[in-house]
Design a binder for this molecule. Structure first.
Ligand code: ADP
Ligand code: ASP
Ligand code: MG
Length: 401
């Protein structure tokens, strides 16, 4: 019997009725002859609510305790789903991340899976039970509960599928991967398939439908992923290795990210050591820097700008205080209302002119940008959030997305 790992996201298990509906789908799949491992997220907005409670107590809650707190969300949904499955006569067992053998390393609230001790899960599969695993959580070497970063249930599902040699099905509130988030551009097209390479870029650039790390794992272990609607049988999108038969337009998708802030440090005495010191301190705090730009030296000084996740603001402020103490006379400016808009496409490897087209779109629509970065298959621009809608529509129309 084949093993399938199915993942249901927060909205899809947001109410008791929805959990019962998921149970029906899972039980049906089991009856059809597949072994099913189900990964679930916390119900609805539970994780946000839990975080809010901690933030009502502290501006910088202890990260170990945050993991302990957030992991309870998934524990509620796994137990309820397992109860619903048993009610349908489908034998099942719920497992926390620890019980499912999900081993992690790294910082609390953004730990990484290092391995899965899969024996327990396999044992229950061999007993013909549906195994319901809590997404988003694992355990570190000291036995602490960890979480994998927001949206991390996707990663749990793909990692389990990789370990079990299974296919991975991600069920959510949208019927597949679209060229642009349909909430931002309602006439966006649904893709039948997309390559891992493009999906990694789109996910990391703000297309939150899939969590970035999950696609990296899928690519590394060649796990086929199918993304589809959790409520109806309706064709979704396959995420897989690129092949020549895939439709290649120059631009496959457009991603938008509002979650970053832009920090500018003005009047930095220009030495390589100073720049290195700033970025070393940020790295030591595991702050993920994205776009970096630097002005040419003038009278021995430079200005440096970089973007980083808003969620790391507290850590960034701490680092900047430290930097201010080391480099007297610098001025720091933090812009919160910025948006990163990126176009992604494997077609860019072989076709030029995308950057020129983008500059023209921005010029024609009076949109100013602050930074540009490129890779082989993407170009990203930082713009003012006020210009977001105008920019998305203009770019999507120009590239027929
Ligand atoms: P889940 O709770 O199931 O994990 P998410 O909220 O994480 O669901 O992801 C689904 C959402 O991702 C959709 O509601 C959609 O608005 C958003 N999204 C962003 N970019 C895209 C895209 N390119 N294609 C489809 N959905 C997208
Ligand atoms: N519940 C977690 C979150 O809201 C994990 C997930 O949904 O994938 O981020
Ligand atoms: Mg998600």
């Amino acid at each position: 019997m084949a093993i399938v790992v199915q993942k249901y996201g927060g909205t899809s298990v947001g109410t008791i009725d929805k959990i019962k509906n998921v149970a029906k789908r899972v039980a049906k799949r089991k009856e059809q002859g597949d072994n099913v491992v189900v990964v679930v997220s916390a119900m609805g907005k539970t994780t946000d609510i839990l975080l809010g409670m901690a933030e009502d107590i502290s501006a910088n809650p202890d990260r170990r305790e945050l993991d302990m707190l957030m992991s309870t969300g998934e524990q509620v949904s796994i137990s309820l789903l397992s109860i619903a499955l048993k009610e349908l006569g489908c034998d099942s067992i719920s497992l926390t991340g620890v019980q499912a053998g999900i081993l992690t390393k790294g910082f609390h609230t953004k730990a990484r899976i290092t391995d899965i001790e899969i024996e327990n899960v396999k044992k229950y599969i061999s007993e013909d039970r549906v195994v319901v695993v809590a997404g988003f959580q694992g355990v570190d070497e000291e036995g602490n509960i960890t979480t994998l970063g927001r949206g991390g249930s996707d990663t749990t599902a793909v990692a389990l599928a990789a370990k079990l040699g299974a296919v991975c099905e991600i069920y959510t509130d949208v019927d597949g991967i679209y060229t642009v988030d349909p909430r931002l551009f309602s006439t966006a097209r649904k893709l039948d398939e997309i390559s891992y390479e493009e999906m990694v870029e789109m996910a990391s650039l703000g297309s939150g439908v899939m969590e970035t790390r999950s696609i990296e794992i899928a690519q590394r272990f060649n796990v086929p992923i199918y993304v589809a609607l959790s409520t109806e049988e309706w064709p979704g999108t396959y995420i897989k290795e690129f092949d020549e038969l895939m439709e290649t337009k120059v631009i496959t998708g457009l991603s938008v990210c509002d979650d970053d802030i832009m920090i500018t440090i003005n009047h930095v005495p220009y030495t390589v050591n100073n720049i290195s010191m700033i970025f070393q301190k940020l790295a030591l705090n595991d702050i993920n820097i994205d776009m970096i730009s630097q002005t040419a030296p003038s009278h021995g000084y430079i200005n440096i700008s970089f973007t980083a996740p808003q969620s790391d603001k507290f850590l960034i402020d701490r680092v900047l205080e430290d930097v201010k103490n080391k480099l007297k006379g610098i001025e720091v400016d933090v812009e919160e209302d910025i948006t990163k808009l990126s176009v992604v496409g494997i077609g860019m490897k072989s076709q030029s002119g995308v950057a020129a087209k983008m500059f023209k779109i921005f010029a024609d629509n009076n949109i100013e940008f602050k930074q540009v970065t490129t890779s082989e298959i993407r170009i990203s621009y930082t713009i003012n959030t006020d210009d977001k809608e105008k920019a998305v529509v203009a770019v999507a129309k120009e590239f027929n997305l």
